[in-house]
Structure formats: structure tokens, C-alpha cells
Ligand binder design. Sequence first.
Ligand code: NAD
Length: 418
Amino acid sequence: MAIEIVNPYDVAVAQFDEAADRLGLSQAMRAILRKPKRELTVNFPVRMDNGDVEMFTGYRVQHNINRGPAKGGIRFSPEVSLDEVRALAMWMTWKCAVVGIPFGGAKGGVLCDPHKMSRAELERMTRRYATEISILIGPDSDIPAPDMNTNPQVMGWIMDTYSMHSGYSVPAVVTGKPLAIGGSEGRLEATARGVLVVTRESTRDLGMHPQECTVVVQGFGNVGSITARLLHDELKCKIVALSDINGGVYNPNGIDVHRALRHSKEHGTLKGLSDTEHVTNAELLELPCNVLIPAALENQLTSQNAARVKAHLIIEAANGPTTTEADRILNDKGVTIVPDILANAGGVTVSYFEWVQDLQRFFWAENEINNRLESIMSRSYQAVYNKSQEQDCNMRMGAYLLAVARVAEATEIRGVYP
Ligand code: NAD
């Protein structure tokens, strides 16, 4: 078996190269779009609760800002690497372009294990990281948001730190904040709500009825847990398996998602949920189901397991869950994949609404936000679907063709400075 590319940045560049080939991009344009524009590595000390000082490493990468300010989440994880952040920044550029939002792509991360840190340690680390990257972030330049292991509270600390340095409140410096300090209605649910829209549209295109679909969701954090709830409550799907970092729970007759939410809140894990059997995260991905929704992390569907995936439809709620080789295997099997840069774009869409509301100091009602989100997601889904039909390619390539062409056009018009 050929050796598989699993460095997320290599996966991101390979996807871009294929789109660039199909679009016939010039060598110069390829060279510009292949590389991140800015990469900042910061090493900084944090005082821990026991009085010791520990050094942390963090990154902030801006891939391309020709269509607008840089935008992208911040993750806290022991797996964070510069290449992972580069890949995620590049995917953000394409994601904003696919849904037509005037932002460029960025991402940030800190190498740490937040589950082993106290709240006070996490706050000090967040505030120091925010200070270190403050030479890049700002409401007009680069606007962070939550990602793995970061949440509205972490965004609140970043907003406060930036505001303290400015001497006045700057809510528009981050999105995904709590409502009390300029957050937006609907932001917490936004990524999952976008996943719901593309699930509804793609099942319809495949002639499947959501209420007859069995669904497996990997990951039970912000995106996975809310996706499971919305698909269960609003599309009436049968959720047959769920998982978190400790493994999965499975019931072929369906799981009561509200009970799962309560169990997870109470015990900090899905493990031990009654009326379910335990499965590993590896087994979960191969369970019989109609729809598989990876909503945890990268490189979950690989050359090792893709051939055994039973789902007919994969909705990539996580970023980069499918490796290049797995993508090929799944395509050959006729599995439809709604790609990450489209499927999880609901988050950045409502982040854009939050930023606009903060800048205007004028806030919208939740139904207004959800209606605008619905229209952007369904329109973008349709554009990607049409592109893939027109170009006789899969939806990932359809999304890339649309996105890369938009970013290349902006880059061309702006020209090469000086
Ligand atoms: P989160 O930290 O809230 O949740 C992550 C979940 O994944 C947790 O339930 C965790 O237990 C689980 N997990 C971690 N490691 C795992 C493993 N090895 N196997 C199975 N499960 C594992 O993060 P999130 O914000 O829900 O993000 C999930 C994914 O969605 C990421 O890829 C992120 O980049 C992407 N995403 C998030 C947003 C957003 O708005 N939060 C927007 C777009 C994309």
C-alpha cells in the first residue's frame, strides 16, 4: 500500500493543487496562494497555581487576506503544530470564499492540555497568548473565534485583554463571545445549524428522507453535540451512535440525544450511557448507517478504514477529517462527501454577523440571524452542487473550484505590491 499523506498541511496543499490544475492558475498565482502570508510563533511563560513558571508555545497564521481581514479560530490542544495551524488557516481562506464572506483565512493554537489545567491557569495562559499575538489581531486585521477546547469564556478573556491594552472596549476583536459582552444570538449553535442545512439539502439530492436516515456523529463538543441535537429534534433523524475522546456509544434503535446531553454534562463523558453499547472511536466510523458526521478532529477517515465505511453520505463537520487517500477510496465507492469548507461554514458565517453587529453597535434577533444563516448555507450548498455537476467532479472539488477562483480573482485585481 502506498504511504499516505497525513500531515494536514500536505493534505490542504494537495487539495489546492488539484483545484489550481483544473482552474489553469498561473505559476505565479499558485505560488502566492500555496503559502501562508504570515506565521507567528510565540513562546511565553505562565505562572502555574503551584508557583512554578511553565513555558508554552503558540501560533497564529494568516493564510490570505486579499478578500478581507483574517478570520479563524484558536485551539488549545497537545496536538497543535505549526503545520496543523497552517492547514487550518488555508481552509479558512477557502471556507470564507465558498460562502462569500468578506474575510481571509487565519488560525491559531496553543500547545497545551487544557483538561489538566485549572481555570485560573487557563485564564493566565489565554491572556498572555492574546498579548503575544496582539501584534497581529485586531477588529480590522485578524479576528479570532473558538475552536477545539476554546469557548465563549476564552473569547471573553481575549476580548478583555485586547481591550485593556487599548484602553476601551473592543468587542469586534473576537467572535464567539458571551452575549453579555457583544456576542451574537445563534453563534453557539451556528456551526451545527449550518451542518443541519447541508445535511437536509444533500439527503434530498440523494433521494434520502432525513426521518428515515440513521446517523453516526463522532465528537460531542460544540459542533458534534449540537449537530446531534438539531438532527434529532428538527430533521427527525435516528442518531444511532455518538462519541467523545473516551469512545463511543451505540444503539441501532436510536439514542435519546437529550439524555446523552444530560449524561455528558453530569459525568463529563458519554461513557456509561444507559441503553447503549460501548464502541471505540475506530469502530464507530465503520458502523452501519446512512450518514456519518465526523465532528472531532483531522485525519479520522484514512486509507486504513475508508474501505470499511458503510455510510452513503459523509458530512465533514470537523476540519480535515478525511485524508487524501481516504477521499479517493470513498469517491471510488460512490460515497458522497459534503466537504468541511462548506459543511462547517455556518460558524464563520455567524461570526461574520457578530463582527458586523459589534462594529455597528446594533444587534439582531435570533430568528433574523438563523434566517440569514439558512439562506447563505443553502445558497452556498446549491452553488457547490451545481459546480460539481457542471464540472463533473465531486463536491469537494466543486467547493475548491468556487473558492480558489474567488480568492485568485481578488489577488489578481489587487496585484503584486509594489
Ligand atoms: P470541542 O472541543 O467543543 O469538541 C471536540 C470533541 O471531540 C469533544 O467531544 C472531544 O471529546 C472529541 N474528541 C477529541 N479527540 C477525539 C478523538 N480522538 N476521537 C473522538 N473524539 C474526540 O470542539 P468543536 O468546536 O466542537 O470542534 C470540533 C471540530 O469542528 C474541529 O475540527 C473544529 O476545527 C471544527 N469546527 C468548529 C467550529 C466551531 O464553531 N466550534 C467551526 C467550524 C469547524
